[in-house]
Design a protein. Sequence first.
Length: 416
Amino acid sequence: MNKFKLNSSYKPSGDQPKAIELLTLGVESGIKHQTLVGATGTGKTFTMANIINNLNRPTIVISHNKTLAAQLYSEFKNFFPDNAVEYFVSYYDYYQPEAYVPQKDLYIEKDADINEVIERYRNSATAALLTRKDVLIVATVSCIYGLGNPEEYTALSLSLKVGSNDVSRDQLFIRLRDMLYERTNTDFSIGTFRVRGDIVDVYLPLSDDVALRIEFFDNYIESLKTINPLTGELISKVNSFTIFPAKQYASTSESIKRAISMIFNDLEVEVKDFEKQGKMFEAARLRQRVNYDMEILQETGYCKGIENYSRYLENRPVGSPPSTLLDYFPSNYLMFIDESHITIPQVRAMFNGDLSRKKNLVEFGFRMRSAFDNRPLKFEEFLMRQNQTIYVSATPSEWELKMSMNSAKDVLDKLY
């Protein structure tokens, strides 16, 4: 089991030792909510690092914006150079959400510029959570938005071992395509694989620039190597390796077949509802769009706007929350909410803002009703997914202090 190892020449001073001791003891005692109060520059991040080092639990630190998240990521990387410190923020450099303005009969198609580097960091974060214990993820509130189901993500992953004949070369190609990797002969880029005789190179979508070289002898895996994808230079030899999907919205072929059947059934219901209301144009629009999406999904395992069908792919009931990054964490994880007096109101506001935009899309036939279930978590759902949380702020709100006091009182009442 990997453990956190704090690397710092500094020692806690002033009020830090007491804060570290009390907050660590509070978590170990089962207190669900605590608050760390300190003015800017008093070493709250270093205090957090010491608590993480003491508790050795998978941890998420949530920040209210990318700039602060990047700063925290850099600091924690320095504190824990030997551990899996990851970065999970929105991967859009530019994002225009899909919308419809009925007053102007104006449909605005989703337009986004995805930052491939940040997308790799996100993939690296989910992969680390499923393979290691010493994981610290610095995230923004994008961590409460829908993400691929962790069970599907794990089911699609492929574990390879030197000397194994569980997966032949031809079977490997099929599995990689199921995981949304594309075969290439020329442009070896992230999320692709290339074949040269008995050698298969897979360009992994991780934060480190690395590819996996799989060398076969007959149907046996003769060696596994991590290499520099540009130069082919050997990085290391490994005895085993787990390949995760190239995209986080990846589903097994069985899930896709089941989902397509359910989508078509619900499509007929929704189209008939439009027709009963005399909305023939909306009915035709919805049918055309969904038929096109399903054709692409069936052929490639992925389609533009696949997140709007996530309820079917995950086989969730209507109105249920989507899978998020928080669902990838084990049950004993620890959460820090930095600048909580700003971050908590952000989390509260996300759901209603998303809902108001989706209403027009659904009512005018641009999206099926399942789009409502591609959403951020409601605040109550966010609270339910917390295990133990420490709010970090210079000016904590009354809500945070009240939650912390009630949580401590609950534990004390049980003890005494």
